[in-house]
Design a protein around this ligand. Structure first.
Ligand code: SF4
Length: 314
């Protein structure tokens, strides 16, 4: 850049800044990143966390990259290098990013178009609930006590998606209120959030008989409402709980052990599949892996500049 005249140099700087913005947009970072937030060290397991993740001592988990995304945000040094090498970057074909490629904003996304970021273009949760009405779109309407729509902050940055209401949820009309719900509450609180500051919903809004797995026709009838809920809330990260939610959001038939622990996109939103709290109640030895997954979520939110109301447990 030392041989450039001032006008050319200014032009190159502007172009370099545009490159930086493009990189940020491709990562889903629509706002400037905030100062880093402490991520719980896996070596320091909070005492109350041990109640639900008793063996949660594993190797540190780095912020996970979305498919296609470079593994880290550009540092100041990277930005300086970008400015210094701007001529090369702009005059030569773009080098392929390290790691798997995250879909561009205009690329088709699993589940449809990217979730709009502008609230004015989205339905409200109240409108979606009104559209659902006294729903009879599938056979589950016959045995339900209540439609279980969703609960939490309407503009939450973090959303949890489960499978379907159980007995207690059906009775109370609220997702995750039984024993599994209490465990989910503790998981959310360990992450520095609360039930009121995240949004929680299920794939199905009505309880299947004997808590059986959702059937394809039921999922087909109900999933448009979950899609609209996600669009209304526009979370930055979704945690899918259990196999049906992961399979629906990620359009995959892969087994849970192959899906969990890695971010994948749903309409441009990062999804972390992990185990359902009800499964964890039956298989407490999997809590350690679940906490590893949730630590990746904490790191990803931090990378996106999203702060939890309280620091995560550390
Ligand atoms: S499960 Fe969904 S589609 Fe079926 S009746 Fe309930 S709200 Fe309607």
């Amino acid at each position: 850049m030392t041989d450039l005249d001032p006008h050319r140099e200014l032009s190159e700087l502007v172009r370099a800044f545009r490159v930086h913005l493009e990189v940020q947009r491709s990562r889903g970072a629509y706002a400037a990143e905030a100062a880093p937030m402490p991520v719980p060290s896996p070596a320091l397991v909070p005492s109350d966390l041990e109640v639900w993740a008793p063996a949660a001592r594993s190797a540190p988990v780095a912020p996970a990259a979305l498919p296609g995304e470079p593994s880290e945000s550009p540092s100041r040094a990277e930005m300086q290098a970008m400015l210094a090498d701007v001529s090369d970057m702009l005059d030569e074909p773009r080098r392929a990013p390290v790691g798997p490629a995250r879909p561009a904003a205009s690329a088709p996304a699993p589940g449809g178009e990217p979730v709009p970021q502008h609230r004015a273009s989205r339905m409200s949760l109240a409108d979606i609930r009104a559209e659902l009405g006294d729903c009879r779109r599938c056979k589950l309407a016959q045995g339900r006590s209540n439609i279980v729509f969703g609960v939490g902050a309407p503009d939450a940055a973090l959303m949890f998606v489960g499978e379907a209401p159980g007995f207690h949820e059906d009775r109370q009309g609220e997702p995750f209120v039984g024993a599994a719900g209490q465990l989910l509450d503790r998981m959310i609180e360990a992450m520095g959030w609360s039930r009121d500051s995240v949004y929680i919903a299920n794939v199905l809004k009505c309880r299947p008989p004997q808590n059986r797995d959702p059937e394809p026709d039921e999922i087909a009838a109900c999933q448009p409402f979950l899609a609209k809920q996600i669009e209304a809330v526009a979370p930055r990260v979704i945690v899918s709980l259990g196999r049906p939610a992961a399979r629906l959001l990620l359009d995959s038939n892969a087994p849970m052990h192959a899906l969990r622990g890695r971010f994948r996109p749903y309409r441009g939103v990062a999804v972390m599949p992990t185990f359902h709290p009800a499964y964890l109640l039956r298989n407490p030895e999997r809590k350690r892996e679940t906490w590893d997954d949730l630590k990746q979520v904490i790191a990803e939110l931090t990378r996106l500049g999203v702060r939890s109301p309280r620091p995560p447990k550390a």
